[in-house]
Design a binder for this molecule. Structure first.
Ligand code: PLP
Length: 392
């Protein structure tokens, strides 16, 4: 049965916004695989006319997502970038977006190469210091686009400080909550107007679906987004909505275990003689550890580290020799992944620019999954040992 609004997170994952199917009592949300709905007379129907506009499986997911983020309205799109695309369409030509300077690469591309052509400008700034963000505001600034933790340097941005700055200056504040998931961080509670997700990652959680979502408490914004969802049409299919609903039922268990595994791995990496730096917001000497502690329930399952032998060759040896960590893009699934930002996700960024933010040639990013920590640790240790040959 649908969870009460004061129910805790795990209960929301399983029951938030969800009721047995009214037609049959089916406990799990059915996949309404239909493009259209019968009308008894022209314009007389049961609230469903055409599946771009409404679909019961999608409706259930949208209610569930709203509950998870402590919002009122969820709006799903066919990918994380489609969700972002529709959020940026809330702006007008001439408006400006201020965004984090270590933004997800696809978000950077959408803002610059697509919206730049339609007269929406973007500037990319270091958002770690809220006072410095304030100095960057211009009369054209209409939106703050916040990502935290960031990829791949795991920087932390103070959400409450930036959303209060946004409110003061009548800007829309948007948080891309993909890296944290609502289990770890709930930006609407910290004052954000909109939360965006690539549901492809932790929400789906099994690396088998591409989807995006926006969640808000503001009815006016929600109505504009529902209008765009239908008018621009980047909707997810019902089968994918079912998969994400199913994934969310274990979101709290998966992310909790992944965080525990990450803690073990961080401890081992820190002790390893071949490792130079470990980037993880749970470390007490992380420069924004206090902010992470305040705004997150735990510190996430994304870890980056680099090698004392700071070469592509050394990093490649490590990545070629892991057994359970699969070399692949993406994150947030049950399985552990390993990746090389300099040649994979961040290959388009000039070398000098990436070195200046600490993104070295040997930087390796881990998305820690929910396997046994002991096996993951052993796997990394033997892969690091295999790289010793090239270090000499
Ligand atoms: C993957 C990702 C996106 C884009 O989502 P897609 O579902 O791949 O379109 C946006 N932001 C972040 C932080 C991501 O990791």
């Amino acid at each position: 049965m649908s969870a009460k609004s004061d129910a805790n997170f795990a209960t929301q994952c399983i029951h938030g916004g969800l009721d047995p199917d009214p037609l049959t009592g089916a406990v799990m949300t059915p996949i309404y695989q239909t493009s259209t709905y019968a009308q008894s007379a022209p314009g007389e129907h049961k609230g469903y006319e055409y599946a771009r506009t409404q679909n019961p499986t999608r409706d259930a997911l949208q209610r569930n997502l709203a509950a998870l983020e402590k919002g009122k309205f969820g709006v799903c799109f066919s990918s994380g970038l489609a969700a972002m695309d529709n959020v940026i369409r809330l702006l007008e030509p001439g408006d400006e977006v201020l965004a984090s300077d270590d933004l997800y690469g696809g978000s950077y591309r959408l803002l610059t190469a697509v919206f730049g052509r339609f007269g929406i400008k973007s500037r990319f700034i270091d958002m770690r210091d809220p006072a410095a963000v304030k100095e960057q505001l211009s009369p054209a600034t209409k939106m703050l686009w916040i990502e935290t933790p960031t990829n791949p340097m795991l920087n932390i941005v103070d959400i409450a400080a930036l959303t209060s700055l946004a409110r003061e200056h009548k800007l829309l504040s948007v948080v891309d909550n993909t890296f944290a998931s609502p289990y770890l961080q709930q930006p609407l509670e910290l004052g954000a107007d909109l939360v965006v997700h690539s549901a492809t990652k932790y929400l789906g959680g099994h690396s088998d679906v591409v989807m995006g979502a926006v969640i808000t408490r503001d009815e006016t914004l929600a109505q504009k987004l529902y209008f765009l969802q239908n008018a621009a049409g980047a909707v997810p299919g019902p089968q994918d909505c079912f998969l994400v609903l199913r994934g969310i039922k274990t979101l709290h268990l998966r992310v909790q275990r992944a965080c525990e595994n990450a803690r073990h791995i961080v401890a081992v990496l820190q002790k390893n003689d071949l490792v130079a730096n470990v980037y993880y917001p749970g470390l007490e000497d992380h420069p924004r550890h206090d902010v992470a502690k305040r705004q997150m329930r735990d510190f996430g399952a994304m870890i980056s580290f680099d090698l004392k032998e700071d070469t592509l060759e050394a990093a490649t040896q490590v990545m070629k020799n892991t057994h359970y960590f699969t070399l692949a893009e993406s994150l947030g699934g049950v399985e552990s992944l390993i990746g090389h930002p300099a040649t994979m996700t961040h290959a388009s960024i000039p070398r000098e620019q990436r070195l200046s933010v600490g993104l070295t040639d040997s930087l390796i990013r881990l998305s820690v999954g929910v396997e046994d920590a002991e096996d993951l640790v052993k796997d990394l240790e033997q892969a690091l040992a295999a790289a010793v040959g090239v270090l000499d």
